[in-house]
Design a protein around this ligand. Sequence first.
Ligand code: MG
Length: 379
Amino acid sequence: MDRRKFLVGAGMGLIAAAAPISLSAAGNATRKVAKSGRLNLSFFPYELKLRHAFNLARYSRTTTPDVQVQLEYDGIIGYGEASMPPYLGESVESVTKFLSSLDLTQFNDPFKIEDILTYVDNVAPNNRAAKASVDIALHDLLGKIMGQPWYKIWGYNPEKTPVTSFTIGIDEEKVVRQKVEEARPYKLIKVKMGLDKDQETINIIREMMPDVPICVDVNQGWNSKEHALEMCHWLNERNCVFVEQPFDKTWIDETAWLRERSPLPIIADEAFQRLSDVVRFHGVYDGINIKLMKSTGLYEAHKMVTLARALDMKVMIGCMTETSCAVTAAANLSPVVDFADLDGNLLIANDRFDGMTVENGKITLHDRPGLGILPIPGK
Ligand code: MG
């Protein structure tokens, strides 16, 4: 890795000393920005420590690889990150290689979002989390330059944020009971399924919390149409609200079959990545789970929300295990989604940022400019 990429700001004073111009035409900006400013990218690996082992239908883990990103322009820093759960196929090595290949100093106007992110997208295929890290940092930077949080720039009402779900993984009964206790402040529970404990887990939660709505995430774990349909009816009778990714992401016909018969909406997660998938899955799934690490960031995620709503599909905004940086970025879109699953920051023990909070189960957005985050000193 190019260690020079870690150095931020060393030569930036010279850039900032250039003749300033006003950005008043760009919105509410009031500060002066150097005319000859350049975008400077830096990044470093940061392993996320999980508070509990994370057990899904297909694997278990205690850490998540992550790369923290900074994008500097005229002394203002935007923060971003790439989180790489194993199924995405990215790693610290692939992300740092991708980021090292970028030359963002060619851009002297950070408001040319389309140009900048098209360049980033075209550098190499895939690398979606790496691309998202740049996109998130760019949005944080631009919001700070404009002096406004992104939900305001998009015109969203922060009072309309949804409740967010708290995730309970596949585990032993004792651990499930402990997680349900932790979940008490939440108004929505998300349960991971796909192993032989599915009904047992739901029964424990229903015994401890009889009324809370439950979202079910199968993580591609079911392998029979008939079993899936039976489970959808069983879950519907127990106040569950939807079923996410019941089958392998390649099972398109089987998913459409289930969707036609299921009393519960079927939501795409692992099968669904980018904007073009919204149209591809219209009629196959009832809704989509947008995550910034899949969508390449906020710029495309915002378009996905708009398109899916126009197609009358349900929209969910989710996350990986991430710091409050990426989780808060996603939360800016939450006032216009049907469901939010933004607890990734709560699942880690070493968050680096103070960001959106969950109060009485509901997402609460700050009035801070950009993403709405502040670095935690010493982290
Ligand atoms: Mg999921």
